[in-house]
Design a binder for this molecule. Structure first.
Ligand code: MG
Length: 455
């Protein structure tokens, strides 16, 4: 992890880390990194988007960069536009699901993918060594780009629109007042789906609900679905790369379960394939994918890492796609990146083809319960704690993909990993019942707390 860049770009509170002069200097460094190539600059709906966009433009212009203004759109629409318009990269001003005072800078590479952490290190080096040089004649923005139309059009071409239309779906869409306001209702309309909107006026203060689609933030959407007797609902995060589904009863189907439903559908659609998945997801995805004749590759948690792994497999000629338990689904025929609207189109296609309700598809999955918690770790090296756990559980089946994941038996496991963004240790436990998962979680939490105290 770099000094500025975290799991998903540079993040911070406006006026603290993220001041206009910091963003100016960072953008000048990014311009130096892209050296003469063409990039786009896009934002989500956050209320600090304009002040930061002007700082980005100023930094880029000062170094003579060639850049386009992509306006407000979901992060995956900006990502797709880099590919669609044949650009060399991009800057997305977004803090994804973080609270309203936050914003951030996400860097995109040539094909619109988030650039690998090793490339971010190069930008940091330019920044800290102030390697960029001001141009004698500053450049100006080369114009505006429509990133929404090609994005919606391509998603539409990747699904069976006739089947979706015939199913006559009625769904609820909750963009959280974020970037999905610009795309999800339009996508539904294009696919002949009747959409009922909630929290769908763009507003960077996120006045109606928190931009993170956590279970506790979706009760209003759940009641909305039930009261209108809709087929299902979808809730996006602030920049609309993640989405969480709710069934026709208004119940949340968490990201690894909806991801498993989509994975089954994708494998039925494409034949054999490899699912790349972060280790914090339920192992039910592996059961489901293997039943369909597919393979699973587990990776460290983090979308950048999943994208890198998908690309590596695709280069070897394999069909690969990915998921994250928090509602990220990576459908490679669109791009090897998380995309909330693509997930919506696939879910519509999946339900239309299976002719089943979302709750029915959920009931076909193995019954698994995963619970999670966290422990604050301030004065101790978090990796030391992981090593201590590795010694304690050396005799049990385990892997060290990210932190340590230990199997207590065939069905029960726990994962302890250091957070990539905060001074925390995250703990996950899974079992076939919520009571058993809770017992394991509490036991491991107690043990971790004890290791932290022992310093
Ligand atoms: Mg996001």
């Amino acid at each position: 992890m770099g000094r500025l860049f975290g799991t998903n770009g540079v993040r911070g509170v406006f006026g603290e880390l993220l001041t206009p002069d910091f963003v100016f200097k960072l953008s000048a460094s990014i311009a130096h990194y892209f050296a003469g190539k063409e990039i786009l600059v896009g934002t989500d709906t956050r209320y600090t988007r304009d002040v930061l966009r002007h700082a980005v433009f100023s930094g880029l212009s000062s170094v003579g960069a060639r850049f386009y203004d992509a306006g407000i759109a979901p992060t995956p629409a900006h990502q797709y536009a880099v590919r669609h318009y044949g650009l060399d990269g991009g800057i997305v001003i977004t803090a994804s699901h973080n609270p309203p005072p936050y914003n951030g800078i996400k860097l995109l590479g040539k094909n619109g993918d988030e650039i690998p952490h090793s490339e971010e290190d190069k930008v940091e080096e330019i920044y800290f060594e102030e390697k960029f040089k001001f141009a004698e004649v500053p450049s100006t923005c080369k114009g505006k780009l429509d990133v929404i139309t090609p994005y919606i059009s391509t998603i539409t071409h990747l699904v069976d629109v006739d089947s979706i239309r015939q199913a006559d779906f009625k769904i609820a869409i909750d963009p959280a007042c974020g970037a999905a306001c610009y795309t999800a209702p339009l996508l539904a309309k294009t696919l002949g789906v009747k959409a009922y909107l909630i929290n769908a006026q763009p507003d960077g203060h996120f006045p109606s609900r928190d931009p993170e689609p956590l279970r506790e933030n979706l009760t209003e959407l759940g009641s909305f679905i039930k009261s209108l007797n809709l087929d299902f609902g979808i809730a996006f995060d602030g920049d609309a790369d993640r989405s969480i589904f709710l069934d026709e009863k208004g119940e949340v189907i968490w990201g690894d379960r909806s991801g498993a439903i989509l994975a089954k559908h994708v494998l039925a659609k494409h034949g054999k394939g490899t699912l790349v998945v972060g280790v914090s997801a339920s192992t039910l995805v592996e059961t489901v994918v293997k039943e369909m004749g597919g393979d699973v590759v587990w990776t460290k948690v983090g979308s950048v890492i999943i994208t890198e792994k998908i690309n590596e497999l695709v280069e070897k000629g394999r069909f690969a796609f990915g998921l994250e338990e928090n509602g990220g689904f990576f459908y490679t025929p669109m791009h090897p990146t998380r995309d909330g609207c693509m997930s919506l189109a696939l879910m519509l296609e999946c339900l239309a083809k299976n002719k089943k309700k979302l709750s029915e598809l959920d009931r076909l999955l193995p019954s698994r319960w995963m619970l999670k918690t966290k422990v604050e770790v301030k004065d101790k090296d978090r990796n030391e704690i992981i090593e201590e756990l590795a010694e304690i559980y050396a005799n049990l089946k385990h892997d060290r993909i990210d932190g340590i994941r230990v199997w207590l038996n065939e069905d029960e496991w726990f994962l302890v990993r250091p957070s990539g963004t905060e001074p925390l240790i995250r703990i996950f436990a899974e079992s076939s019942s919520p009571e058993k998962a809770s017992t394991i979680l509490n036991e491991i939490k107690k043990l971790v707390e004890q290791l932290v105290r022992n310093g």
